[in-house]
Each structure stands twice: as structure tokens, then as C-alpha cells.
Design a protein around this ligand. Structure first.
Ligand SMILES: Nc1ncnc2c1ncn2[C@@H]1O[C@H](COP(=O)(O)OP(=O)(O)OP(=O)(O)O)[C@@H](O)[C@H]1O
Ligand SMILES: [Mg+2]
Length: 266
């Protein structure tokens, strides 16, 4: 019986995302925060056979849960993370955030933009700060999309920079900071719009061990509310700090360690 309800519920969410948006199906089953449904990704280059990088990836991340994704270089980790965050489109399959479809149904593009702006924070290995803006302006950027009005935005940006230990550097440009300090700015920027989920692509990849551990600590502690984190990493130490580690191999995800749905204490 349960599987019939699940199938029906996800079919309705896929085909009638407006119903999901109004919360009509929220109580039918317990939904995870983020769900990847059979994600397939193929790259097609002219005159060549398509390269299938993801071959039916399904997994979920619960609210407040920290999940590490590992795998060899070229396995498709960045590709998967970009699809989870709506930065790239899957060839097949779907991603839902709080039950809202990112790629299916009417108005998916606008819904995806809204979810990206309001519910997801991104952190990248190379920080991706804008060099001509000072660090307060960099942190303010996500609040300027039109989807995510943040009251008292400038005060919040300063407050977040204080939380990551940069209150003395507010008028500095990114080039005047170390790599670890730039990644702290990127973390403050990711938290700006009070996301539910952080997607991080090798956030400690350019940092030494101690600085990397400090970024991980801030990632888990700098936010007032518990945050879900899906993090791609090559660092065994960073992965060990997560609740669960999944490995991406031959286009699919396998559990390496941890128990699904384990939520850290609030
Ligand atoms: N735009 C693209 N066009 C064609 N192939 C691509 C494209 N982007 C990625 N690929 C290929 O897809 C595969 C997965 O790339 P991806 O960047 O997701 O790997 P990764 O697991 O993040 O690797 P790394 O650990 O080195 O960052 C690689 O073989 C890559 O060459
Ligand atoms: Mg990558």
C-alpha cells in the first residue's frame, strides 16, 4: 500500500508541481529535503558517441544531514552537484527540493531559479568571489536576485562575516585575503539567504589541512539553524566529519559509510 501512495504522490508532484507547491501532498509521505530521482547525464559532442557520466543516480538528503560524495577524478561528482543545485540539466530524471520539482512540469525554470536563490547556498573549490567587489558586497550578492529579499541585508552580511572571523576585514577586496579567508567569505555568501541546503564542491580542495578543518567546522556551525550539506570532496578527513559518505562510481552512487537519514543533534 505504502508504495502505491509513494508512486502516486511522486507522479502527482512531477505532473502537477503546483499542487506540490501549495503543499497538498506534503502530508502524504515523509519527504526528504533533497531527492535525486534516477538522474542520467550524457554529454553529446558533435560527431562523437554520447558520454554517459551519470547512469541513474538516486539518493536523498534529510534536513540537517551532512552527506559527503567521493569518487575518482572524472567520476561525475561536479556534474551531479551542478544538477542537484539546478545549475545544469539532467538528460533524464529529476531533483526535488522540499517536494518541489526542479526540472519537471509547468514553470520549472522559474521554480528552479527561485529554489536556487532562496533554499540553496553554493561553495566552490576556487571560491568564485567577484574580484572588484569588497567582501561585504560579495556576501550581499545572493540577496540581489529579486527572489530573495533579505531585510537588513547589509547588516546581515556584516554579521555573517563576523561569524566567520572577518569583521576586521570588511572593506577588503578578495585579492587581499588568503585562500582560507576567501573561502570564509564564500561560506558567508552561501549563508546570506538563509538556505536549507549547502552544496559544496571540494570546499577544502585548495586549503592546507588545518585551514580545511576550520572551514569544515564553520560550515557546520556558522549558521543559526541546522543546515543540510551535500559536499563533494577528495579529503578523507572532511568526509569523516559528515554523517554519511557515498561514492560515485561508474555513474551510480554506492554507500561507503554511515546510515541514511541520520540527522545530527540540534
Ligand atoms: N561540458 C562537458 N562536455 C563534455 N564532457 C564533459 C563536460 N563536463 C564534464 N564532462 C566530462 O564528464 C566527466 C565528469 O566530469 P566532472 O567534472 O563531473 O568530474 P569530477 O568527478 O567532478 O572530477 P574531479 O574530481 O576531477 O573534479 C569527465 O569525463 C568530464 O570530462
Ligand atoms: Mg569536480
Amino acid at each position: 500500500m505504502t508504495w502505491i501512495v509513494r508512486r502516486l504522490s511522486s507522479r502527482v508532484q512531477r505532473d502537477f508541481p503546483c499542487a506540490a507547491e501549495r503543499g497538498l501532498w506534503y502530508n502524504v509521505r515523509r519527504m526528504e529535503l533533497l531527492e535525486a530521482h534516477s538522474i542520467v547525464k550524457e554529454y553529446r559532442l558533435p560527431g562523437q558517441k554520447p558520454i554517459r557520466v551519470l547512469d541513474g543516480v538516486s539518493f536523498s538528503v534529510a534536513a540537517g544531514e551532512h552527506v559527503a560524495i567521493v569518487g575518482r577524478s572524472g567520476a561525475g561528482k561536479t556534474t551531479l552537484l551542478n544538477i542537484l543545485g539546478g545549475l545544469d540539466r539532467p538528460t533524464d530524471g529529476d531533483v526535488t527540493l522540499n517536494g518541489e520539482s526542479m526540472f519537471r512540469g509547468l514553470g520549472a525554470a522559474r521554480r528552479r531559479n527561485r529554489l536556487r536563490a532562496t533554499a540553496i547556498g553554493f561553495i566552490f573549490q576556487s571560491y568564485h568571489l567577484l574580484p572588484e567587489l569588497d567582501i561585504v558586497e560579495n556576501v550581499l550578492l545572493p540577496s540581489m536576485t529579486g527572489f530573495a529579499a533579505v531585510s537588513g541585508a547589509r547588516a546581515r552580511a556584516r554579521d555573517l562575516l563576523g561569524k566567520v572571523g572577518l569583521s576586521g576585514r570588511l572593506d577588503h577586496l578578495p585579492a587581499e585575503l588568503s585562500g582560507g579567508e576567501q573561502q570564509r567569505v564564500a561560506l558567508a555568501r552561501a549563508l546570506m539567504c538563509r538556505p536549507k541546503l549547502i552544496l559544496a564542491d571540494e570546499p577544502t580542495g585548495n586549503l592546507d589541512r588545518l585551514t580545511g578543518a576550520e572551514i569544515m567546522r564553520l560550515l557546520f556551525e556558522a549558521n543559526d539553524e541546522p543546515l543540510a550539506v551535500a559536499m563533494v570532496t577528495h579529503s578523507a578527513e572532511a568526509a569523516a566529519m559528515c554523517d554519511r559518505t557515498l561514492t560515485l562510481e561508474k555513474g551510480t552512487l554506492q554507500v561507503l559509510s554511515g546510515v541514511q537519514g541520520k540527522t545530527p543533534p540540534v
